[in-house]
Design a protein around this ligand. Structure first.
Ligand SMILES: *Cc1c(COP(=O)(O)O)cnc(C)c1O
Length: 389
């Protein structure tokens, strides 16, 4: 070391190490990059912006978050995707990117409940009116569109009641009136329904469900199909500071690699269990998109390339809340809990649902099948039904 550059003290070396490991490590797995600060060589290069391919600040992307966003966008056929801390954060981002005080938005009454709660408990106070509509309205949604309507949500199939929506018909009507359409595409894992081929402007999903796939991750994406949606969502994403952990992104990247085999197996098991439940005398309706009982079944056949792991059954009228509770609590392999898309089978009973139609009077039980052997799941259901019947 020279006089001008004496050998650094060990304290300095802790922060400015004189050695680095070779960087040419080639694994099959994307690296987990942690970083808030991004370094620049020249003052003139320093900027802090969500746009562009370069890295400027951790919030606007690290190689790990970008890798996940790019892979999701590529899978979904999107212009770009933004990774956010969860599906609910994705929903909030979509609303706040499109709606201002005085605006009106439409949401299907069968939407994920926290979507509607966000509207009622937060957006209403910001002067944004969110109106619920019957999910089975297709082109007739035109009668609900107002001059100040800035966003139409679709969620197909709907949460719990599983109505499959005629998204192309809604998109056609909305676009005639200049209104963008956002889709909650979580059920389809972004792949079983091609949102952008069907004209949707913005498609979000909870990666928490199928992409994560192991009930150990909360993460979401908002994908955009138009330049306008890209601008709105990109700018709002940065303003809200929706940063995500690279470790969580690494889990989602790993989940993506096995998504196809898990979806195939979940689809087969769910169909197996759903068809068996349809034969049971206790059951009035099986609300699975691939079964004719499900409202919008024909639309599912036309627009989807597969079905997933979650569906509901409606018990016959003589099944009251007390019997349904005993049945649900008598299950052993189906565990009582919210969410879905993981390796475990889950069950949940619902009180009468806030729907104008199809509230099903508290006779709805939602099932999520996991990766267990189908015969064992059916035996579990049979056993618990026999305890109650
Ligand atoms: C679970 C879910 C969400 C929310 O996802 P989180 O990651 O749990 O916030 C949104 N929409 C649908 C349809 C969901 O099922």
């Amino acid at each position: 070391m020279t006089d001008e550059h004496p050998a650094p003290h060990w304290r300095t070396k802790l922060v400015h190490p004189g050695v680095t490991a070779p960087q040419d490590f080639r694994a099959l797995v994307p690296a987990v990059h942690r970083g808030s600060t991004v370094l620049f060589d020249r003052v003139a290069d320093a900027r802090d912006d969500w746009r562009g391919d370069g890295y400027t600040y951790g919030l606007y992307g690290t190689p790990t978050t970008r890798e996940l966003a790019l892979r999701v966008a590529d899978l979904e056929g999107a212009k770009a995707s933004f990774v956010v801390p969860g599906g609910q954060a994705a929903i909030a981002l979509v609303y706040l990117a499109h709606c201002r005080a005085g605006d009106h938005a439409l949401v299907p009454e069968s939407a994920y409940r926290p979507n509607r709660e966000l509207a009622d408990k937060l957006l209403a106070g910001l002067g944004i009116e969110v109106q619920a509509y019957d999910p089975l309205l297709g082109a007739e949604i035109t009668t609900l569109i107002r001059p100040n309507t800035r966003l139409i949500w679709c969620e197909s199939p709907g949460t719990i009641t599983m109505e499959v929506q005629d998204v192309p018909a809604i998109v056609a009507t909305a676009h005639e009136r200049g209104v963008p359409v956002a889709l909650d595409n979580t059920y389809a894992a972004g792949v079983l329904f091609d949102a952008f081929a069907h004209g949707v402007d913005v498609s979000m999903q909870a990666l928490t469900k199928y992409v994560g796939g192991h009930s150990d991750l909360l993460l979401g994406t908002v994908s955009v199909g138009t330049v306008e949606a890209h601008e709105r969502v990109g700018a709002t994403h940065g303003l809200l500071g929706l940063a995500v952990s690279p470790d969580d992104c690494a889990l989602a990247l790993r989940g993506l690699e096995t998504l196809a085999v898990r979806l195939d197996r979940l689809q087969a098991t769910a169909l197996n269990v759903a068809h068996w439940l349809k034969t049971r005398p206790e059951v009035e309706l099986v609300l699975h998109p691939a079964l004719p009982d499900c409202p919008g079944h024909d639309v599912w056949r036309r627009d989807f390339t597969g079905s997933a792991s979650v569906f509901s059954v409606v018990f016959r009228p003589e099944w009251d809340a007390e019997r349904i509770t005993r049945f649900v609590e008598g299950l052993r392999l189906f565990r009582l809990g919210f969410s879905w898309g993981g390796t475990h089978s889950l069950v949940m009973a619902y009180p009468p649902l806030p729907r104008m139609q199809r509230g099903y009077e508290g006779r709805v039980v939602r099932l999520n099948v996991g990766l267990e052997e189908p015969a064992d799941l059916i035996a579990d259901l049979r056993h618990s039904l026999s305890l109650v019947s």
